[in-house]
Structures are given as C-alpha cells and as structure tokens.
Ligand binder design. Structure first.
Ligand SMILES: Nc1nc2c(ncn2[C@@H]2O[C@H](COP(=O)(O)OP(=O)(O)O)[C@@H](O)[C@H]2O)c(=O)[nH]1
Ligand SMILES: [Mg+2]
Length: 311
C-alpha cells in the first residue's frame, strides 16, 4: 500500500495534504496513488460553487460549513484559482472568510492552483475530490474564483453545481454566453438584501422553465449570507438534487460520461508524458530534419516515437 494511503487511513491530515500536492504537481507516482485512492471510494457528495468574483461564494461556503457540521457531517473545501500561478489575493480572502472553522477537525480547507499540471486544473480537482472522499469527508465543496472556461470544466467533475449570482451584478449575460447556465443544477441569488432581486428572479425563472422536465426543475434560492438567511433552504435544495441524481438515471448517465471523458484525459496525459520524455531523452529538442517546418517536425518526432519510443 502507498505510504500516503496508509497514513490517510489512519486519519493523518498531513498525508491528505501531501496527496493533493502530488496530483497538483503531476508527480510520477500519481496514477499508482490514485488507483489506491479510487479503490477506497466512499461516495462523498461533490458540490461545486461557482459565480462571478464578489458574488458571496466564500461567505456562503462558510455558512454551509456551519450547516453541514450541525448535522454531524464532515466537510472539505477545495478553493481553486485557475487564473493565478500563485495562490493570490482572492484565495487569501476566502481563507479569512472561513477562518472560524480552522480549528475544527471535521473541516479541511485547501486552495489549489494550476502550476504545471498536464491534465489541467479540472483533472487535478477531480483527483483532489477523490482524495478527500477516500479520507472520509462526507461532503466536498469546490469553490471557484470566477466563471470562465476552466471553471466550466471544473464544474463537470462534481455532482451538484450551484451558480451564485447577485441582483446588482451585470454579468448575467456574460455567464449566459459562457454556457454556465446549462451546467448549473441550481441557482442562488445571494445578496437578496440588495435591490434588483425580483428582476433577476424573473429572468432565472424563465430560464428554468425552458429547461424543466417532467420530473426535474432547477431550484432558485434566495440567500443573504451576511445575515445567515436562506442557508438551510440552500442546503436542502442541494441535497434534493443529490437525491434526484441517485433516484433517476441521470446520476448514472452523468457518472459514466464523466468517466469516459476522464479515461481520454488520462490517456492524453500519459501519452504526452511518454512522447515528451522520449524527445528529451534524445538529448535535445533539435529537429530531425534541420530545414523542416514545425508541422513536419511534429510529424517526424511522432513517427520516430512510434517506431522507437513505444515498446
Ligand atoms: N449585502 C450583502 N453583502 C454580501 C452578502 N454575502 C456576501 N456579501 C459581501 O460580498 C463581498 C464578497 O464576498 P465573498 O464571499 O468574498 O465573495 P466571493 O468572491 O464570491 O467568494 C464581501 O464583502 C461580503 O461581505 C449578502 O448576502 N449581502
Ligand atoms: Mg471566494
């Protein structure tokens, strides 16, 4: 058994932190580690919280932690920042907003950035979710910094995605265009204390009606996280979505399509690692034919790798 896995089984939180760092940095042992982690699957509920910066995601997550803990469940938070190579300001703010939970053993808070990850942040996030699940957390929440393409990819690896919007934010159309609306399983209108709530609610209702099916309609929840209002309702709707996934074919379909996608991604990573290693082992990255263009060079290296590099 991998040493980290063994330590995780003994509830060593530092081993969990180390395992996440390994996937973040694409450590060569990653696949071996993850196979063992995968076999320890306990089926935690993976929740994504996305939305524009400043919408109140961290404030909501902080309230949700309290709600989840009051039910005796444990929770891990992964705060992802795809934009910053360093874990910058936004994440620092998140940690400050959640700091009341730092001394609670039933809560784990971790930030993640891309660094050089081959498979991208979404893949690393999925692995981190699984590591937290294997460790034994009942709920794992991923909070993103904004709503771009990387966030969209990240939301594809969770079970339930909540999109947080605010009455005063003008980004709704932007988010529409980005395709986040389709990905969202439920909508949160936070800062319900601000003017403009009714207008946004009406807009979202229209949207929800368009995508509603006979047995499912996306929920719209009003919250005021600064006043701790609507959090219980939000938690209830998140759980309803989870039940919906497990009670219908939707959950199974989603998981199997996620897994297929994942196999492709892992293969891409593995092949790339192999090709790159092969080229680098050939001393330097010099063209096989000095006069060739980049396209021909790529073809040449690929052919050479297929002939000599694959055994
Ligand atoms: N008026 C109002 N302000 C809020 C509410 N929720 C959060 N905020 C404030 O909005 C700001 C951004 O919150 P934060 O949780 O960091 O947003 P994030 O960037 O989406 O994580 C903070 O100053 C919060 O105090 C709310 O319900 N009403
Ligand atoms: Mg935040």
């Amino acid at each position: 058994m991998h040493n980290l896995v063994e330590r995780m089984k003994n509830s060593d939180i530092r081993a969990l932190a180390k395992a996440i760092t390994m996937v973040e940095n694409d450590h060569p042992e990653k696949l071996t580690l993850m196979r063992e982690v995968f076999s320890m699957e306990k089926n935690a509920h993976f929740i994504g919280i996305t939305g524009p910066p400043g919408a109140g995601k961290s404030s909501l997550v902080n309230r949700l932690i309290t709600q989840i803990r009051s039910e005796g469940k444990t929770v891990a938070i992964i705060a992802v920042d795809p934009t910053s190579p360093f874990s910058g300001g936004a994440l620092l703010g998140d940690r400050v907003r959640m700091n009341e939970h730092f001394t609670d053993d039933g809560v784990y808070i971790r930030s993640m950035a891309t660094r050089g990850s081959l498979g991208g942040l979404a893949r690393a996030t999925k692995d981190a979710l699984r590591i937290c699940d294997a460790y034994g957390f009942d709920v794992v929440i991923v909070e993103t910094v904004g709503v771009g393409q990387s966030e969209l990819d990240i939301m594809k690896v969770v079970d339930t995605t909540a999109l947080v919007l605010t009455p005063n934010s003008g980004d709704v159309l932007q988010i529409f265009k980005a395709g986040i609306m389709e990905i969202a399983d439920l909508f949160v209108i936070n800062k319900g204390d601000l003017p403009g709530y009714g207008k946004l609610k009406a807009l979202l209702r229209e949207l929800v009606m368009m995508t509603a099916t006979e047995n499912h309609e996306k929920a719209i929840i009003k919250t005021i996280s600064t006043e701790n209002k609507g959090i219980d309702k939000l938690w209830e709707k998140i759980n309803e979505h989870h039940d919906f996934l497990y009670a219908t074919d939707e959950g199974r379909k989603r998981r199997s399509s996620q897994q297929k996608h994942e196999v492709y991604e892992l293969l891409r990573e593995e092949i790339w690692r192999d090709v790159k290693g092969f080229i680098e082992a050939n001393e330097d990255f010099s063209p096989i034919d000095e006069d060739s263009d980049p396209y021909q060079q790529a073809i040449d290296w690929f052919q050479k790798w297929k002939k000599e590099g694959v055994n």
